[in-house]
Design a protein around this ligand. Sequence first.
Ligand code: FES
Length: 578
Amino acid sequence: MRERHRPDRPEDLRSHRWFGPQDLRSFGHRSRMKQMGLSPDDFAGKPVIAIVNTWSGLAHCHQHFQNRVEDVKRGVLEAGGFPVEIPVTALPENFVKPSTMLYRNLLAMEVEENLRSQPIDGAVLMGGCDKTPPALIMGATSADIPAIFLPAGPMLRGNWRGQVLGSGSDAWKYWDEKRAGNISDADWNDMEAGISRSDGVCMTMGTAATMTGLAEVLGLALPGASSIPAPDANHKRMATACGRRAVALVWEDLRPRDILTAAAFDNAIVTSAAIAGSTNAIIHLIAMARRAGVPLALERFDHLSAGVPVLANVRPSGAYLMEDFYYAGGLPALLTRIVDRLDLSQINVLGQTLTETLKTARVWNEDVIRSTDRPISSAEGLAVLRGNLAPGGCVMKPSAAEPRLLKHRGPALVFEDYNAMAAAIDDETLDVSPDHVLVLQNAGPRGGPGMPEWGMLPIPKKLVKQGIRDMVRISDARMSGTSYGACILHVAPESFAGGPLALVKTGDFIEVDVGARRIHLDISDAEFARRKAAWSAPAPRFSRGYGAMFSQHIGQADSGCDLDFLQAEGMTKEPEIH
Ligand code: FES
């Protein structure tokens, strides 16, 4: 554990290195503050708090951040700090192509370098939409500056003609109904305004709700913060409290690395299983842990998730939405149901242990947050499979799959990339049966590129019309946390890099046994070796720019998909000021 160095005097603040000395450089720094209409009374000797804002005109889930930042500023000022807004890249999940995952590490790098290179003492990290929580936390952890995470909060429930709609999950569901001819184009278009009808992130237990919740369990957000719906007035009060607390964090010298211990990550893994969290959390937690110096491996997820009951009755695994989860007591209430599996000595940004945090937590709706003797599913929230098809591992969410598919043997139907799949999947002459295993290649970190959320391959139209709604699907892609089905994801190493997934051919038999944690391509060793020898690497996806750098340095899913040079050990030195 690092020894904390509390800045006892204003001169001990990091920002004082910029503003304090009587030299030519500091003259420039102070005069430029004056250029902005600020006087030393505003900032001198006060913790400078960066409010790292992921708002943009296209950041659909973060539209309230444009105003919410003012609530944070108020808190910083109340506590005697000096707030500065630092806009960083927004990663609106629906708009950024080919995938926001291509840019998570770019945002992390941007946050880290912004915090390190400027006169900043502490930070409030405003994020929520899928990749922003891990990116902000990875950046602040590497910068090693006191920081608090401000979760964007979920949207209100969707509503369409009196029916409750959930982000993503109901879009997939009704899209299949439309493909089957059960709803009209007019109905489909009418639904658009009902499924996303307020500020905030997806209100199913998608990646955003999972990652903001896990940031809270890790200790980086205020207790209960992640469950508050974005439009709720409590969200504003929470934002102001974040501002106040950020100032105190600086005086206490409490940094992300002090909070992000191995036990904190274990708590997050257990919680993710109990909420049936997004499979994306696996990749992000590994990446965040490694930034904090915790060598988290895929096996830890399987080990800690085993036997954890799914208690959050939230779609896609359950029936309700995040708004209901909040009214039922939110994340602290859920944690009271799994205390025997948590390390309660872990501290959060308040410096409180989990024991202290949970003292006042209570479940207000027993159907939304279940007790351990009445889980919503006896199936597990997560399983890590291995075998000759995925020597580096792959993952699935058994609780979101039809149980009959958890042990399955079927012939492969292989698509060499997304376009090949899209061109064939609605062809009603496609030679496919419900027993087939759909395989998508070249959708991983380098192949996608950026490991897009293509892992919930559509059920072939021909089968949708027959009433089939789930099949075994295997890819090196990710899947939206709002998705569901027997989708086996994150196959490592990826096919584009020569992983065994690249060697599968249509008609090969594949065996999946989730109970035994096994995935197997049923061909002989000699045939396997013959195909391997015949395989040749495809041309890189990028010849220049950020994409080329990404392709050269990106890690595989089982190591968190971080850039190798960002995962390097040791801390970057503070900049010299000349
Ligand atoms: Fe932003 Fe789902 S699209 S959280």
